[in-house]
Ligand binder design. Structure first.
Ligand SMILES: Cc1cc2nc3c(=O)[nH]c(=O)nc-3n(C[C@H](O)[C@H](O)[C@H](O)COP(=O)(O)O)c2cc1C
Length: 178
């Protein structure tokens, strides 16, 4: 059974990540979910806990993980996916910042990381976001999307998170290379 950590950061597309977790579980993946504080403003952890049948990890000082969840989850996982990945997460990862579990896990995990960015098209096109994406690609991070289409800000453009089946397909491809 392939093991994946789904890291949910604080974009509106967090609601689509619930469908991703459901799809993964149906395909017999073992799933742990990490959520940032902003992600928990978008969707409640109870949704992800029920779908994954495991407690959601939100705190890097969680007493359930004596070594720290970043170490224990990094050793456990075959692959990590950040979905949705905010502009903030991309910036932190591009610079190796590690001040919360979502960014710390990226630095602690030596295996394949898949990133599904999601943001308003102006944000996606911003020079700083594009610079961070180029840096992460150069660092060997895998990207899926973003797609073009209707956005929560009520305009169409590039920045929509890829649909869960597309993210699942990329995860299957990455885990097969392990
Ligand atoms: C209603 C609302 C929706 C947001 N949607 C997005 C989004 O889709 N993408 C994004 O990059 N940031 C979005 N943000 C901003 C992030 O939540 C914010 O930058 C936050 O600090 C991200 O923290 P995190 O990366 O730790 O989850 C949104 C903020 C609000 C208030």
């Amino acid at each position: 059974m392939a093991k994946v950590v789904v890291v949910v950061t604080g974009g509106i597309a967090a609601y689509k990540s619930a469908a991703l977790v459901s799809l993964l579980v149906k395909q017999a993946w073992d799933v742990r979910v990490v959520m940032t504080a902003a992600a928990q403003q978008m969707v409640g952890p109870a949704t992800f806990a029920a779908l994954s049948a495991k407690p959601v990890v939100t705190d890097m000082f969680d007493p359930a993980f004596p070594l720290g969840p970043h170490i224990e989850l990094a050793r456990w996982a075959d692959v990590v996916v950040i979905a949705p990945a905010t502009a903030n997460w991309l910036a932190k990862a591009a610079h190796g910042l590690a001040d919360d579990l979502a960014s710390l896990l990226y630095v602690a995990f030596p295996g394949p990381t898949l990133v599904a960015p999601a943001m308003n098209s102006e944000m996606w096109q911003h020079i700083s976001v594009q610079r961070n994406v180029r840096q992460l690609q150069a660092d060997g991070v895998h990207f899926v999307g973003p797609d073009n289409g209707w956005q929560a800000c009520r305009t169409s453009g590039e920045g929509r998170m890829s649909e869960p089946p597309e993210i699942l397909e990329q995860l299957q491809r990455l885990s097969a290379t392990r």
